[in-house]
Write a protein of this length. Structure first.
Length: 294
């Protein structure tokens, strides 16, 4: 078997992940509009529980097989709980933010933190370039997060918390996706997020008595496109490509999000925020420089 044949599955997985970044960016817009009619945790709970049930219905036999294996089921639930924390922090940040672009760049720090988290969780070697990237990203995050008067908006703190949780979930998925079929892994993860978010929402939020048709449509697109399709392709792609490839490709998400926010919502970033976004992109490139050079 030649090198081209060996590389082909990885290239296909990389292409899937590029599509995932675009779907994820669209998810920011779908969620932004959905939050006009629903509280954040209720929206995430509905979105992910419905997404998990839909995917589970397409792979019912595989889901039952995973449920019958306690070890595999624990892995799915573990990654689902981490994803729950990430998504609840993310949607709270989106509800509080006044600009999606900066928030997307801060959330993208998860792919820089992922190799460091791999060292913490699995004793993986941390490259020197990762530490350099982390330093550059820290400066970039400060440029994005600092508001006039040297204050930090609460939304940025929630986005940063989501990045930390995403970095853990990213590592878990990369290690478990090759051991557990993609469909049940994704379906169970999403269902766990839905159940946890709905339970938390029932305690902390007041549910609306009426939901507009427009909100229902936005929630529907979030479920089908930004949840079912996006997470299935993401888990599938991550299971067939090296962590370094996947992490670098996922850096496209904040770029797409900022562009969509500019085109769709007319958002503008301050010069300091533009510099911060550029520094984070530089940090993402630095953290994956070995993969790029190869």
């Amino acid at each position: 078997m030649n090198r081209t044949e060996i590389a082909h599955p990885s290239l296909k997985a990389d292409a899937l992940l590029v599509l995932v970044t675009l779907l994820a960016a669209l998810g920011w817009l779908f969620s932004y509009h959905s939050l006009k009619g629903l509280p954040p945790l209720l929206f995430i709970g509905i979105r992910f529980l419905c997404g998990g049930l839909i995917l589970g219905a397409f792979g019912l036999g595989e889901v039952k097989a995973v449920r019958a294996n306690p070890a595999d089921l624990r892995l799915c639930i573990k990654t689902g709980l981490v994803l729950s924390l990430a998504m609840m922090c993310w949607i709270t940040g989106l509800r509080l933010t006044t600009a999606m672009g900066p928030g997307a760049f801060i959330s993208s720090l998860g792919v820089i933190i992922a190799p460091i988290m791999a060292g913490v969780l699995f004793h993986a070697r941390i490259a020197r370039s990762t530490w350099v990237a982390a330093l550059v990203a820290t400066v970039g995050m400060a440029c994005l997060a600092l508001q006039p008067g040297m204050t930090v908006h609460a939304a940025e703190l929630f986005f940063l918390a989501s990045a930390l949780a995403f970095s853990i979930q990213f590592n878990l998925n990369s290690r478990f996706a090759g051991k557990i079929p993609v469909l049940p892994l994704t379906a169970i993860q999403l269902s766990v997020v839905g159940v946890v978010s709905l339970a938390t929402s029932s305690i902390l939020e007041e549910w609306p008595s009426h939901v507009s048709v427009e909100t229902v449509l936005w929630v529907g697109t979030s479920i089908l496109i930004a949840t079912c399709l996006r997470f299935y392709l993401q888990v599938s792609g991550q299971g067939r490509t090296p962590l370094s490839h996947a992490a670098f490709i996922m850096t496209l998400e904040p770029v797409w999000t900022a562009l969509l926010a500019l085109i769709w919502l007319g958002e503008r970033m301050r010069p300091l925020q533009v510099l911060g976004g550029a520094l984070i992109i530089c940090a993402l490139v630095i953290s994956r420089w070995r993969s790029i050079s190869r």
